[in-house]
Design a protein around this ligand. Structure first.
Ligand code: AMP
Length: 328
């Protein structure tokens, strides 16, 4: 039984908001057909209600009435087609009878001093519409105070895979990521959680956290969703000036060049592959790193590595872009 599903007249265009209790809202509208389309007594035209909760007690109440299995998609909002792909994958994981939950939280703990926390894009109305169209059942939109007590003092710190790549330039970033994701896993107790391969290091760190802390959640990875010109979709792409936007796909092209070399010559060519990528990024770019790492350990690749990843972070104008290519 889908949660709070209602049968209604055949055509729906409008949607409405109801305040359903403290910290809760319901968002009603027509579900856009996806692989997770829930057929009901009304056939395909099913009016569904997406619950939006803002507090932990409201979340607990909503979860108590949510059919299992449950799949969680953690996000920071400013949602785009990459996030929507994660939601569709979550529905595939739960099947039509389960529940898909999305969290939208710009997590202050993963931003360093001088980073873009204050200006990180926030577009909650459009985000809820994106979730509703993707057939999401439950959205958690906490305020920072609902997630962190003023004297919060417990952290989850992955100490190995977090050290290099983005972790080297963003000290404390993965500690913030692990802490918030662990809190979300404890709150939601999901059967599966869906992450994008675009943030490859984050994915590897979370897999490691799940293994080492015995979380019973299946981590599902979704390949990077890209613009037609190859630029990885990112909430931060909206910071790019038109000139920088035209230049941005060069990062992907540079990584593909490295990947080609690695495929031909193997991990022994790692250093040359990194240099090749750097040489393709012109003077507009400030390269933070280009590295080839083992796909699981994120260590220096070995000849016996089952797969390697070439990953990069670089700034264009004031915008930091990351991307990677997996080479098997
Ligand atoms: P964010 O809102 O940026 O924290 O991202 C939330 C989730 O969406 C993370 O698991 C990201 O890896 C994933 N994600 C972001 N952009 C993309 C993309 N272009 N393709 C696939 N997944 C993505």
């Amino acid at each position: 039984m889908p949660p709070l599903a209602l049968c209604a007249a055949p055509v729906f265009t409008a949607h409405t908001w109801h305040v359903a209790g403290e910290g809760e809202e319901t968002h009603t509208g027509n579900r856009v057909p996806t692989s997770g389309w829930k057929s009901g007594a009304c056939g395909e035209r099913l009016l569904s209600t997406m619950k939006v909760v803002r507090t932990v007690p409201a979340l607990r109440r909503a979860l108590a009435g949510s059919p299992r299995p449950l799949a969680l998609v953690p996000t920071m909002g400013a949602l785009h087609e990459g996030h929507a792909a994660l939601m569709r994958r979550a529905r595939k994981a739960t099947g039509p009878g389960g529940s898909v939950a999305v969290s939208i939280f710009v997590n202050p703990a993963q931003f360093g001093p001088g980073e873009d926390l204050a200006r990180y894009p926030r577009s909650i109305r459009a985000d809820l519409e994106c979730c509703r169209k993707a057939g999401v059942d439950l959205v958690f939109v906490p305020r920072p105070g609902a997630m962190y007590a003023g004297d919060h003092s417990v952290w989850i710190d992955e100490t190995r895979l977090s050290a290099g790549l983005c972790g080297a330039g963003r000290p404390g970033h993965f500690r913030g990521v692990c802490t918030v994701v662990a809190k979300l896993f404890l709150l939601f107790q999901p059967d599966s959680a869906v992450f994008g391969a675009k943030d490859y290091q984050q994915l590897a760190v979370i897999r490691r956290m799940v293994r080492d802390l015995n979380f019973s959640v299946r981590i599902v990875a979704v390949p990077t969703v890209r613009e037609p010109d190859g630029l990885a979709l990112s909430s931060r792409n909206r910071y790019l000036s038109p000139g920088d936007r035209a230049e941005a796909p060069a990062l992907r092209r540079a990584l593909l060049r490295s990947a080609e070399l690695l495929r031909r010559e193997g991990p022994a060519a790692a250093a040359r592959a990194c240099r090749a990528a750097r040489s393709l990024l012109g003077s507009r770019w400030t390269v933070e790193y280009v590295e080839v790492v083992d796909a699981v350990t994120l260590d220096r690749p070995r000849t016996r590595s089952r797969g390697v990843v070439v990953a990069a972070a670089a700034r264009l104008g004031g915008t930091r872009l990351i991307d990677n290519v997996i080479v098997r």
